[in-house]
Design a protein. Sequence first.
Length: 288
Amino acid sequence: MQASNQRLAVTAMLIAAFLAGLDAVIVRSLAGGVHPLVIAFFRAFVGLIVVLPWIIARVELRASPYRGLHFLRAALKQASLVALFLAFTHAPLADATAITFTMPVFLTLGAWFFLGESIGPARITAILFGFVGIVIIIRPGGSNFDPWLLAALIGAILTAVIQLILRRMAMSDSADRLVAWNLLAMAPLGLIAALPVWVTPTPGQMALLAAQGVLGALNMSLITRAFSLVEASFLAPLDYLRLPVVAVLAYLFFDEFPPWNTWIGAGIIILGALVATGGVIRGRSRRP
């Protein structure tokens, strides 16, 4: 049964990586025609429509002890999506994707600074590797410096902040309610943010926006299913499959091929994350 669950989880993560690559391709295809704020709204709105029957049937929304925090988290999520969409629109897709792998670095720093969690040698190594990888990919001060990659970095930082908020909220609320409230709050907040720059998408653009919303909801479902089958430590390295998938799709659709510094920087970031994961696993195995 365990081997079967592992195969199903790996398959789900592989499909999720491919869907994430298609998501990036759609954002780049919409570049110049649809504002990132409008893309973010439709991403939230279509995703909400897809999961609304599940929310109505299974989630008791009024039981949540939070109200304002749900909307704060949704606003931060919306901002992180817009930052990522800006990076996908203007920067090389593989570079922007590689930068998003730094999210655990900022999560570790935030957990240490705000939550008082201890960080051992493995996590310190991951932090150092993460920052070295960022410098190699972004190349600040170099002739090929792309400022739009900073948007991907901001997206990673915001995502880490969201995870820190979720850690607190999950102590008193269920996972189903956290997911449902996030989707319910993101759609109206996204609409308010998009109204000042609103231009009604063409039918072709609307089809891509709808497809992106469905892909996002399906991606979330696949990842949730995978993590319900096996331990997170087994699946964590599979998230890095997004980089080669995005690189291949960027080459096929936009004739982009990542330079050497992207692969080296991403490799250093991933190596640091794997070292940190190994340290956590070993630490847990020593506990009585």
